[in-house]
Ligand binder design. Structure first.
Ligand SMILES: Nc1ncnc2c1ncn2[C@@H]1O[C@H](COP(=O)(O)OP(=O)(O)OP(=O)(O)O)[C@@H](O)[C@H]1O
Ligand SMILES: [Mg+2]
Length: 194
């Protein structure tokens, strides 16, 4: 469970592919309970990330910082600063640890602090919160990721645009949870990381 520049880059390449393939689906999820831009925002951001990583970061901290900056400056919306904060917190933590579970724990704390969402609020926090213990426990599966994403369907949103809808958000999967699901599916598929 050691994160390196190489496996991080492979992970991000896989994530970017999943986002590119599913950008319409993500934006469609964001249409009934948001403003229909999540997939396009994330696709723009991940293309920038892949481009910047080609400059060969000198170490893990620099690589994580590069990802954070690319996301913050290109994704926009609510999710750009939140994903950006996640990678920035990982960058900070990486000066003392390269353990993936520890880095992801720091990332989630950053997302929660920045956005103020808690588990159950129908945001990406729900997926991060469900998945990180499974990573620690070496028990993450695709099914567990899917279950965490689908669990947001029956929730009432407490944060973000979807929170304006109250009960009407029930029945819709949270788009940021779906994109985080792709992040963790990509992780599951990356050799030598888990
Ligand atoms: N406060 C928050 N904490 C955690 N996640 C959040 C928060 N607000 C929104 N999100 C996540 O961001 C996703 C929406 O991202 P998106 O890129 O569509 O931004 P947006 O809400 O359209 O931003 P804006 O309102 O600035 O246009 C949601 O599905 C949710 O998972
Ligand atoms: Mg949106």
């Amino acid at each position: 469970m050691t994160l390196t520049v190489t496996n991080l880059t492979n992970w991000m390449n896989d994530f970017a592919k999943k986002i590119a393939i599913n950008k319409q689906l993500l934006s469609d999820l964001d249409t009934p309970i948001g403003d229909g831009d999540h997939g396009f925002n994330m696709d723009r951001g991940m293309k920038a990330v892949i481009d910047k990583l080609k400059d060969e970061p000198k170490d893990l901290t620099q690589a994580l910082k590069t990802i954070a900056m690319a996301l913050i400056s290109t994704v926009g919306g609510a999710s750009g600063p939140l994903y950006g904060t996640a990678f920035l917190e990982m960058a900070k933590k990486s000066t003392s640890s390269n353990d993936l579970a520890e880095l992801l724990t720091a990332a989630l704390a950053g997302i929660e602090k920045r956005g103020g969402a808690k588990p159950g609020d129908k945001t990406m926090v729900d997926v991060w919160d469900a998945v990180i213990p499974e990573i620690k426990n070496h028990s993450l599966t695709q099914e567990k990721i899917n279950n965490a994403v689908v669990a947001t369907k029956d929730m009432v949103a407490k944060k973000g645009r979807a929170s304006y809808l109250g009960e009407r958000a029930i029945g819709h999967i949270d788009p940021g949870s779906q994109s985080s699901g792709y992040l963790f599916s990509a992780l599951l598929e990356t050799e030598g990381i888990l």
